[in-house]
Design a protein around this ligand. Structure first.
Ligand SMILES: [Zn+2]
Length: 309
């Protein structure tokens, strides 16, 4: 009996406890829904999925970029929003197709422009050096020519003087003869200097032509680059769909950070915002790639998502 009675009381308490426990769970759930101040209590766990080797990015660099993208979201409010976990449900894949191929082509075109730019620098330097040398030689020639003309005038005056007198004494005559032959030597030297100057001027002019041609070629490269690759890009370098972020293209590491952070925003449940400087704007154009930060609009969207006032 006693045994039976004890058993009954035990069952009764068990029943009360079970009902109380269910209530506890139910009210905790209600409290979670309505009273919980943050809708981002648990970080979204993400992991690296497929990393196509044609992207030519190391796993280490990729992890660093993922961490940076994560930080952009978390630094704004100091809460843990994302967390890397090798088993994380949110997968980030690098999918190679014609989009990244285009970026490889862009890099090649940029290299061409760089080479073209350094050619411009080289020919411009050569032209400047030649011009400096030409001007040095020209002013030396001008001084020599002036000197020659003065000596020539003095000589002619002396000759006229003695001619008017009906002839010079033999000493003077010899002296004038020697002066004339010296002047002849100076004249030959001047002629040679003139020849060197003309050759140099030819080189200077040729270097102007080469410089202009090289600058034209450089401008053509830049123009065709701008035509082909310039302008704003839509955020289709990546996308987010049911727990998967796919990255299709990037040009630089900061470019990639921005794309991943943008898609992480979608994974968080955020939509696009209107401010063009925002991370969650639909275009990649005005955001500062050197200092990627959440804008006011981004922060407002995040606060709404996390139910933070
Ligand atoms: Zn988007």
């Amino acid at each position: 009996m006693f045994k039976f009675l004890k058993n009954k009381i035990g069952k009764f308490f068990k029943l009360i406890f079970n009902i109380w426990f269910l209530y506890l769970i139910f009210f905790s759930f209600l409290a979670y829904l309505f009273l919980n101040p943050s809708g981002c209590s648990y970080p979204i766990k993400y992991s690296l999925g497929n990393l196509d080797p044609r992207f030519e990015i190391s796993q280490e660099d990729t992890f660093n970029i993922l961490a940076n993208a994560e930080k952009i979201w978390e630094d704004s409010m100091g809460i843990d929003i994302f967390e890397y976990d090798p088993k994380g449900k949110l997968k980030i894949n690098f999918v190679f197709d014609e989009r990244q191929q285009l970026n490889i082509d862009i890099k090649k075109a940029e290299k061409k422009i760089e080479q073209s730019e350094s050619s411009v620098k080289k020919v411009t330097t050569l032209h400047d050096d030649l011009l400096v040398l030409y001007n040095q030689k020209l002013s030396a020639y001008d001084i020599s020519l002036k000197d020659y003309k003065q000596q020539m005038d003095t000589y002619n005056q002396k000759v006229d003087y003695w001619n008017n007198k009906g002839g010079a004494p033999s000493v003077i005559y010899d002296e004038l003869n020697s002066q004339r032959s010296n002047l002849g030597i100076v004249y030959d030297q001047l002629s040679y200097q003139e020849q060197v100057l003309n050759e140099l001027l030819g080189k200077v002019n040729a270097s102007v032509d080469v410089t202009n041609l090289t600058i034209d070629r450089y401008n053509t490269h830049v123009d065709s680059f701008n035509q082909e690759f310039g302008g704003a890009r839509e955020f289709d370098q990546g996308d987010y769909l049911s727990n998967t972020i796919n990255i299709y293209e990037y040009r630089t590491m900061s470019d990639l950070t921005l794309v991943i952070a943008h898609e992480m925003g979608h994974a968080l449940g955020l939509n696009h915002v209107d401010d063009p400087y925002s991370l969650m704007y639909y275009l990649m154009e005005k955001q500062d790639l050197n200092n990627i930060k959440l804008s006011k609009d981004d922060i407002q969207a995040l606060k709404q998502r996390c139910r933070i006032k």
